[in-house]
Structures are given as structure tokens and as C-alpha cells.
Design a protein around this ligand. Structure first.
Ligand code: ZN
Length: 102
């Protein structure tokens, strides 16, 4: 018999965004608490270790535009949903841990 267990997290369980650089031989990590004012307090445009582009969208001439406000919109949306007066509790389904698959 095969059974499957679904896992959910509550929005209050979401504490931070974590960036991990995927450039070979870097792997730097940066964790930003959800309360952060991302575009002002933390630049995640580039990897702080190796300089690889993260949220910066390069325009090809050495400049570009940051997408840090995307993080602020996600954080603000979570906050609004948590404060929403509707009678529901919202959870997010997450992928099962491969270790749990038997
Ligand atoms: Zn890096």
C-alpha cells in the first residue's frame, strides 16, 4: 500500500527569504527577514560574495533595474492576508521531504 502525506505551512511560519547563490564555487547565502524593507535596507541585486546577478535585470550597458520590490510585494501580501478579517486560515502546501518518502 502506498500512502502520501501532504505538508502545509501557515503564513505565520514564513519568517524570511533566503537567497543562495547558484554560481559555481560560490554558494553564498543571504537571509532576509520578512519585516525588512528590502529595496532600501538590503541590496539583493547581486551576490554579496561573487557579484553574480540576483534580482538585477541587466540592460546590457552596465546598468539595469532592481526587482527588490518584488520581495516587498510578497511580504506585504503575506501581511495583508494575515490581517484579513475573513473567517479562514490560509496554508501553503509544500513539497514533501524526500526523506519522508517510503
Ligand atoms: Zn555568488
Amino acid at each position: 500500500m502506498t500512502s502520501e502525506t501532504k505538508k502545509y505551512i501557515e503564513l505565520t511560519d514564513v519568517l524570511a527569504f533566503r537567497f543562495r547563490c547558484t554560481r559555481e564555487k560560490c554558494g553564498a547565502e543571504l537571509t532576509l527577514p520578512l519585516r525588512s524593507n528590502f529595496s532600501k535596507d538590503h541590496s539583493v541585486d547581486k551576490c554579496p560574495n561573487c557579484g553574480a546577478d540576483w534580482l538585477l535585470i541587466s540592460n546590457g550597458s552596465g546598468g539595469g533595474s532592481s526587482n527588490s520590490p518584488l520581495l516587498e510585494r510578497i511580504a506585504e501580501s503575506i501581511k495583508q492576508l494575515l490581517e484579513w478579517p475573513g473567517r479562514f486560515k490560509l496554508t501553503v502546501e509544500i513539497k514533501p521531504d524526500p526523506k519522508d518518502a517510503k
